[in-house]
Design a protein around this ligand. Structure first.
Ligand code: ADP
Length: 270
């Protein structure tokens, strides 16, 4: 266990995050050196929780944007809005983050439209500037401002992949589902189930993660294990809980569902 790992678990007021590698050290170093960070990893592996934890530890506000295909540059930067017969400029989340010296987290950045990723370019190099074209103003980011983006490399088509010019400007942290012992601890902590119950769930997840990925576009995430544990705490049997929180969200295909139900039966009690 590294020193930062220990530190992450002794600060009770920070959102709980169990470090699984050197990600805390990389994040701290990048923050000090004013470098933007790219978190790569599958859905539900802890990227958002990690950023929440780090923002708290660094004492910075966190402004998060869930990116989707309709997100434009104006959604990030801001726009003029008509209110009561007057047009007033309203800052977007990225502009607010720059003004406040916050950590700006652009979740699933590849989903955003290309013009919106262009506005972040001058913020990611030595200039650290945000150009507010409509206001005729350029903001210089304060030292405390940090840009963090996330994306799921297995998820999108090659076409939608991040442009090399955007990627090259960032420090990358590869995140993945935690190893067995870590994931057991996380599931226990987040749901309150016993160690044995958490071990059974993580073993089940490991089995599902090993299945042929042509039948499943995604596999069970740490998030879905936590959700299963929470349902168990509400009185559902392990099998019922896993069916609701792990199996059904993964697939609509009846054959695949039957196959997964068999896997669940061999790992969990009725
Ligand atoms: P992502 O942003 O990668 O989709 P999240 O950060 O939302 O995933 O993680 C989903 C849930 O899994 C969290 O709410 C938390 O309960 C749990 N989790 C995953 N990894 C960790 C971790 N390393 N430490 C603490 N909780 C974790």
């Amino acid at each position: 266990m590294s020193s930062s790992d220990t530190a992450s678990n002794t600060d009770n007021s920070a959102p709980y995050y169990l470090s699984t590698g050197n990600e805390i050290d990389v994040f701290n170093a990048a923050f000090r050196r004013k470098l933007p960070i790219m978190l790569k990893g599958p859905t539900g592996c802890g990227k958002t929780r990690f950023v929440e934890h780090m923002a708290h530890k660094l004492g910075r506000p966190l402004i998060s944007v869930a990116c989707h295909e309709d997100i434009t540059a104006a959604d990030l930067v801001g726009r003029y809005l008509l209110t009561g017969g007057e047009t007033v400029w309203v800052d977007g989340p990225l502009t607010r983050a720059v003004r406040e010296g916050a950590i700006c987290y652009l979740d699933e950045i590849v989903e955003a439209r290309a013009d919106s990723t262009v506005v972040i370019h001058p913020l990611t190099d030595h200039r650290r500037e945000l150009n507010l074209e409509r206001l005729g103003e350029t903001l210089k980011a304060p030292d405390d401002f940090m840009l963090v983006v996330s994306y799921n490399p297995g998820y999108q088509s090659v076409l939608k992949d991040l442009k090399p010019s955007t990627r090259q400007r960032m420090v990358a942290v590869e995140m993945t589902y935690p190893g067995f012992d870590h994931e057991v601890k996380i599931v226990m902590q987040e749901s309150g189930i016993t160690e044995q119950a958490a071990k059974d769930l993580v073993k089940l997840a490991s089995a599902i993660r090993k299945l042929d990925n042509s039948t499943l576009p995604e596999v069970s995430s740490t998030r879905s294990l936590v959700a299963t544990g929470l349902l168990m705490q509400e009185g559902l049997s392990p099998r019922e809980a896993a069916r609701a929180a792990m199996l059904m969200p993964l697939t609509d295909d009846a054959d695949v569902q039957r196959g997964l139900a068999e896997v669940i039966q061999s790992y969990l009690a009725d």
